[in-house]
Design a protein around this ligand. Structure first.
Ligand SMILES: [Zn+2]
Length: 337
């Protein structure tokens, strides 16, 4: 008798037998000129029994470090003959925004990561989400949604507080910062339930969202962190040999404890810190100087003890702009062997 996962892996009519890699496209519709709107995917069906892991990148079209993570996973790391379990891989989920080199979908001006699990009769973003959800995500046992944000952003993994299996997945991904989302009143009033990670949690699929550096560029260190993270998850689930490579310590930051540190004066900012730095109350974050006489207009200082999550990527700031995002560390995980 086979295990509970064994057998053919079929997505949108494309099948991979155990031990095979298959590639295909998921039809969604078409553009005005008749060009098909379709989403490419790759199936890696291991010869051995194991779970199905869904990994996608570029749900926000400009967040492309994850595309490189998936390319390297397929071309350098995974061997279907040795793999136990299956990967469904979508290197570019929002092909429309990707083509336009932007985050949101141009034709419906939608944030595709607020519309999951999509709608069959919806607008373009909702239909792309629906196609991915119905054809691929529903079959998954675990989900990794690769994003980026800003080149100064500390590499971290977002998970939903209270979802224990998602928290476990976040820990084994193995980056140093775990950002815990919480369903507070702000969350309830937003469209955050429509994030892929939250839709997956709601459907019983443990899910994480790694945030790997900045948009619209390939960043080697972030790509390597992402690749190691996906391989860590595969090791943890017994899909490939070995144990996850984990840092000695991981910091838990709660999303409810994020604080934006803003500037009072407009000008140009010289930063003393970047994402990942730990600071104490009163530590210097940046100096804002006047472009008229180069006088220092303001020294922006940390309002609390905590971690710098990111600083403004563009140092040209107006009154009220965010200079830095800080987070309060609410827990830590030790992995000393
Ligand atoms: Zn994103």
């Amino acid at each position: 008798m086979g295990g509970r996962y064994m057998g053919m892996l079929t997505v949108a009519g494309v099948a991979a037998r155990p031990g095979e890699v298959a590639r295909g496209v998921m039809p969604v519709g078409s553009f005005a000129d008749g060009t098909p709107l379709e989403i490419p995917f790759i199936l890696v069906n291991g010869a051995g029994d194991g779970p199905t892991v869904y990994v996608e990148a570029a749900c926000h079209g400009s967040e492309i470090n994850g595309l490189e993570v998936i390319r390297r996973l397929v071309t350098e790391e995974l061997d279907p003959a040795k793999l136990k379990g299956r990967f469904i891989l979508v290197p570019v989920a929002n092909v429309v925004a990707f083509t336009h080199r932007q985050g949101h979908t141009p034709f419906d001006n939608e944030n595709m990561n607020r519309v999951w699990p999509g709608k069959a009769q919806g607008r373009m973003s909702e239909r792309m989400a629906y196609a991915l959800w119905e054809n691929a995500i529903k079959q998954a046992n675990y989900l990794i949604d690769l994003h980026t944000g800003n080149s100064t952003l500390v590499t971290h993994v977002v998970f939903m507080g209270g979802e224990q299996s998602s928290r476990e997945l976040a820990e084994v991904f193995g980056v140093e910062v775990l950002l815990q989302e919480e369903k507070d009143p702000d969350w309830q009033g937003s469209r955050f339930a429509g994030k892929l990670r939250n839709s997956a949690d709601g459907a019983g699929i443990p899910a994480i969202c790694p945030e790997l550096g900045g948009n619209s560029k390939f960043e080697k260190v972030r790509i390597e962190q992402g690749l190691r993270g996906v391989l860590n998850v595969a090791k943890h689930l017994g899909m490939i040999p070995g144990s996850p490579v984990l840092p000695k310590k991981q910091w838990v930051v709660s999303q409810g404890h994020l604080t934006q540190v803003k500037v009072a004066c407009g000008g140009a900012a010289l930063f003393e810190v970047t994402g990942g730095d730990m600071v104490r109350t009163g530590d210097l974050i940046c100096r804002v100087y006047s472009i008229r006489d180069f006088a220092v207009l303001e020294e922006v200082r940390a309002p609390m003890d905590g971690m710098i999550i990111m600083v403004a990527e563009n140092p040209v700031l107006h009154t009220g702009d965010m200079a830095a995002m800080m987070g309060k560390v609410t827990g830590q995980v030790d992995h000393q062997s």
